[in-house]
Every structure is written in structure tokens, then in C-alpha cells.
Design a protein around this ligand. Structure first.
Ligand code: MTE
Ligand code: MO
Length: 173
């Protein structure tokens, strides 16, 4: 009996739990995600200040097999590209038709969007880079930014924990 009660007593008394698991150091605070454009030396830092200076967009997503209904807010990826001087509209021609935005996440997950998929001259769909869910900062498994693509039924490109956006030619030319 004493053997069973002793560990519980140690936990309740605040004494270190008798465990062999090594202590882990907390992760360093994440630097701002960045958007880098081919041929441009300075990447755009996706700071909270920038994300609040650009037009804010809000989208409500219904409940599905993937999760409960949610309301996301953030900025359109296209508006970030414009901030970074990436061609838009009628300028998306010739080589720019094969330009893509590569999205990298903290866990190594990757996805791409083509410039033409993001542009209001081609489509009305919204590709949102969200920084809040239901009016609150994103939870740790989604922060600091996550994609929301309401028109896409499979949320496979709804990349969470975005760290880098890289914009440039799909096949390096
Ligand atoms: N960083 C990251 N984002 C990701 C994934 C992932 O493995 N890593 N999985 C994708 C897939 S396949 C799905 S179905 C959705 C699930 O989103 P949820 O975890 O918010 O439900 O996240 C997408 N975004
Ligand atoms: Mo998925």
C-alpha cells in the first residue's frame, strides 16, 4: 500500500517526480515567418505589424470530417505577394505563368500554389494566410500562420505552422 501511495504523495508535495525522462529545453521563440522572392535580396518579414497593415479578410469554414466549424482571419496571400512586388493580373504572362509559391512548415510539410491560382484576374477564390481562429491567436499546432483555402474540400494545402514562403519559377527558369 505504501509503495502505491508514495509516488502520489511526492507529486502532491511538489517534490520532483521520480522519472527517468530527461528534461527538455523549451523551444526558442519563433522568428517571424518570411516571404522570399526569386531575384530579390531582402525577404519580406511577415510581422504582426505587416499583417495588420494589409486588408484583413475573414472566412467562416463549416464543420466537416476534418474538424468543427471555425472562423479564420488574416490576409490574402495575393496581398502579401503584391506587398513583395510580385507581378499580378495581366502581368502574369510568359514566364510568370510557371511561377509558384512554395509553402514550408515547421514540421517539414510543403505545398505549392501557382501565381495564377491566387490572382483575382484569374479567379475569385481566396487563399488566406490566417493568424487568428475564432477571434483568438492560433493554437500552437497552427501558429504563427496557417493557410485556409475555403474552396478546397480536402484541407491538405491548409498548411499549419508556416515558416517560409518562397516565390519563383517552378522549374528554376
Ligand atoms: N504543417 C502541416 N500542415 C498541414 C499538415 C501537416 O502534416 N503539417 N497536414 C495537412 C492535412 S493533410 C490536413 S487534412 C489538414 C488538417 O488540418 P487540422 O489539423 O487543422 O485539422 O492540415 C494540413 N496542413
Ligand atoms: Mo489530410
Amino acid at each position: 500500500m505504501l509503495k502505491i501511495l508514495l509516488p502520489a504523495f511526492l507529486l502532491l508535495s511538489g517534490a520532483p517526480a521520480p522519472t527517468t525522462t530527461p528534461a527538455t529545453t523549451p523551444p526558442a521563440p519563433a522568428a517571424s515567418p518570411v516571404l522570399a522572392v526569386a531575384g530579390s535580396a531582402t525577404p519580406l518579414k511577415l510581422t504582426a505589424e505587416l499583417l495588420h497593415r494589409l486588408p484583413r479578410k475573414q472566412v467562416s469554414v463549416p464543420a466537416s470530417e476534418h474538424g468543427p466549424a471555425a472562423s479564420f482571419e488574416g490576409v490574402a496571400l495575393r496581398d502579401l505577394l503584391t506587398e513583395a512586388k510580385v507581378p499580378a493580373g495581366h502581368d502574369i504572362r510568359g514566364p510568370y505563368l510557371s511561377w509558384v509559391v512554395t509553402v514550408d512548415a515547421a514540421d517539414g510539410y510543403r505545398a505549392v500554389f501557382a501565381l495564377a491560382e491566387l490572382d483575382p484576374a484569374f479567379t475569385d477564390r481566396l487563399v488566406l494566410l490566417a493568424d487568428t481562429r475564432d477571434g483568438k491567436p492560433l493554437p500552437p499546432n497552427e501558429a504563427p500562420l496557417r493557410f485556409v483555402v475555403p474552396d478546397e474540400k480536402r484541407p491538405a494545402r491548409w498548411v499549419r505552422q508556416v515558416t517560409h514562403l518562397t516565390v519563383g519559377p517552378a522549374c528554376g527558369k
